[in-house]
Every structure is written in structure tokens, then in C-alpha cells.
Write a protein that binds this ligand. Structure first.
Ligand SMILES: [Mn+2]
Length: 339
């Protein structure tokens, strides 16, 4: 087992592991950090990265947050969002990388090699598919989010949780548990959320920013995507499609597709929801969601992707029809919705 329970603090039972002590000690010793996460960053990636930034600043460390992709508008309110850089210069100024929510260093994007060349890589992640590639790994696939793992590390570091840290960690947990609807939303996620509220996170503000400020372009895109809604395997698999033409026509951005898959997941009888997005590079991005114990991570892994039991993603070469065929075949081959 990776973790054992020990004493409680601030009303939350912390899980400790030897690696947690080692990583905390290492962070205390190091001075200049690069903090980064995956391309097409979600709420957990961004919230964790910005929380890590504030934690490092709280420890009087130098910290730069690098992201290949722009922060989606719905997350721009998060404290620290404005310090993120999208160009990575020489990396010899850094002594340590904190790599968050990435099951593989390639998830960083085009600068993965450069990031990997920095002396020490600390990987904090909760993906089932993480194979422990980094020198220092804090991995627990049982954690609701990378934000939750970072929270454990903050406890070990003894850093005070400021409102700036609290709102970022709260956002990481809310978004990665699908607003506490996925099976990853266990008591630890709720306790953590309660503590973040005590420390200054405001759930109604976060909810409004993330879920209730949809630009009209997103709704126009949703409208046209819903025309593609289809069902397979007796209604247990539902899917929608977004093509490049739809994005052009509705003037929606790629970031406006986030969460569309959850609408399919919300349909009665659907066990697996699939969202197909036609990309510029001749591939199709496939987002997968499932209910209960139905495992879509096995499906994503088969196509070189990864993720979690109820939420995962992969990329397939070819057009949407080809991607659909392959996904449906694999759902059958792997008995994903059997029984
Ligand atoms: Mn995550």
C-alpha cells in the first residue's frame, strides 16, 4: 500500500507516506522551481499548478508556472492565473520541476524534453496509467484529484493554506470529481472541500465562474453538437461530435467543448458517454465518461491515452467515422458495457 493513515490535523485525516516526507524535504532544500502541467489544461491541472505556485512563494522559493496552452477563460479568475508563462526560455535557471496531473512527461507538450532535462522532476499525479517515470513521484490513483495530493504535501510542508491556495485546490477537487458526482468523490474530497471553504474558498463564486458564465458561442456549439447525438448498444453508449466546421460556424473555441461529454453522460440508460472532436492535425480527440463501476480508462489506454475509471481521454488517427468505429469495436471487445 502506498499510504497509511496517521494523526489528524485541522479536522482532516491526512494520509502519509514515506515519499511525502522525502518530497517535502526535497522541496525545502531546493530554490528555483518550474511548475507545469498538461496541454489542454483542466481545472485540476490549473488549480494544482497555481496552488503549488502560491505554496512555493509561501516558502520563499522562486517559482515559474509554465503552460503550453492558454488558460481557458472560465479559469482566468483563479489567483495566480496572470503569472503563468507560455514561453519557456532557458531552463538551466531551474533546479527542480514540479509536474502536476501528468501520467507521462510528454503530456507537457512541445517542451517536454526541455522540461525533462531539468535536474529533478517531482511528479504529483492520480492517473491510473502513471507508471512512476519520475525520480520523485507522489502518485495515488485513489485520490480524487491532483489537488488532493498537493493538499497532503502542503500538510507535510506545514505551509499555511491562504485563500489563494484554498480557492485553487477547491477548484481542482470540484472539477475533477465532476462537481462531486464521480465515484472519485469520497469522504476525503468532501472533507478537503470543507476545509478549503473554511480557508477562504467560496463555492458559489467558483460555481458561477466555471459553470454559469458560458459564452453564447458555447451554447451555439452545444446546440449544433446535440444534432449529432447518437446511441449504441441499446442506449448504454451515447455520443456527440464536434467538427472543425461547427467550431468555425459558431465561433466557439476548443475550450468551449469542455463538459459537453457530461451532458451525454446525464442521459438515462447511458453507461458510457463519448465525445468526438475533429482536430486540425487529422486526429480525433475522444473524451470518455462513465457511470459507477463502468471503467473507461481501459478503453483510453488501448488507444495510448489514459485517465480514471469514470473520466479518461485518448486520441485516434483518422476521421470521426473511423474513431467511432474503433471505439465501438473496443467497447465490445473489452466488454465495457456488458451485463
Ligand atoms: Mn486530475
Amino acid at each position: 500500500m502506498e499510504t497509511v493513515s496517521s494523526g489528524s490535523s485541522r479536522g482532516y485525516r491526512k494520509k502519509r507516506s514515506p515519499m511525502l516526507d522525502t518530497i517535502a524535504a526535497l522541496i525545502r532544500r531546493r530554490r528555483r522551481f518550474l511548475v507545469t502541467t498538461h496541454v489542454r489544461p483542466d481545472g485540476d491541472a490549473i488549480g494544482s499548478a497555481l496552488a503549488a505556485y502560491h505554496v512555493l512563494r509561501g516558502l520563499n522559493k522562486e517559482a515559474v508556472v509554465y503552460l503550453q496552452d492558454k488558460i481557458p477563460d472560465i479559469y482566468a479568475f483563479l489567483p495566480g492565473a496572470s503569472v503563468v508563462v507560455r514561453r519557456l526560455g532557458a531552463v538551466d535557471t531551474f533546479d527542480t520541476v514540479i509536474l502536476l496531473d501528468c501520467s507521462d512527461i510528454r503530456r507537457v507538450g512541445d517542451e517536454a524534453d526541455k522540461v525533462g532535462s531539468i535536474g529533478t522532476v517531482i511528479n504529483i499525479d492520480h492517473h491510473l496509467s502513471n507508471n512512476g517515470f519520475a525520480e520523485y513521484s507522489l502518485i495515488d490513483a485513489g485520490a480524487s484529484s491532483t489537488g488532493e495530493l498537493l493538499y497532503r504535501l502542503i500538510g507535510e510542508l506545514g505551509v499555511e493554506i491562504t485563500p489563494d491556495i484554498a480557492v485553487n485546490i477547491y477548484t481542482a477537487v470540484v472539477t475533477d470529481t465532476g462537481s462531486f458526482r464521480y465515484s472519485s468523490a469520497g469522504s476525503a474530497a468532501f472533507r478537503l472541500a470543507a476545509e478549503m471553504v473554511d480557508r477562504g474558498a467560496e463555492p458559489h463564486v467558483v460555481a458561477e465562474r466555471i459553470y454559469e458564465t458560458a459564452p453564447r458561442e458555447r451554447i451555439a456549439l452545444l446546440k449544433s453538437a446535440l444534432n449529432t447525438l447518437g446511441f449504441d448498444y441499446g442506449g448504454s453508449v451515447g455520443s456527440i461530435v464536434v467538427t472543425r466546421a461547427m467550431l468555425r460556424k459558431t465561433k466557439a473555441l476548443s475550450e468551449h467543448t469542455e463538459g459537453l461529454v457530461d451532458i451525454v453522460r446525464s442521459i438515462e440508460g447511458v453507461r458510457v458517454a463519448v465525445f468526438y472532436q475533429e482536430m486540425e492535425d487529422g486526429t480525433v480527440k475522444v473524451s470518455l465518461r462513465s457511470k459507477g463501476s463502468t471503467d473507461v480508462s481501459r478503453l483510453a489506454v488501448r488507444f495510448g491515452g489514459g485517465g480514471h475509471l469514470n473520466a479518461s481521454a485518448c486520441s485516434i488517427k483518422g476521421d470521426v467515422a473511423e474513431a467511432k468505429r474503433q471505439i465501438l469495436d473496443s467497447i465490445q471487445a473489452l466488454s465495457i458495457v456488458a451485463g
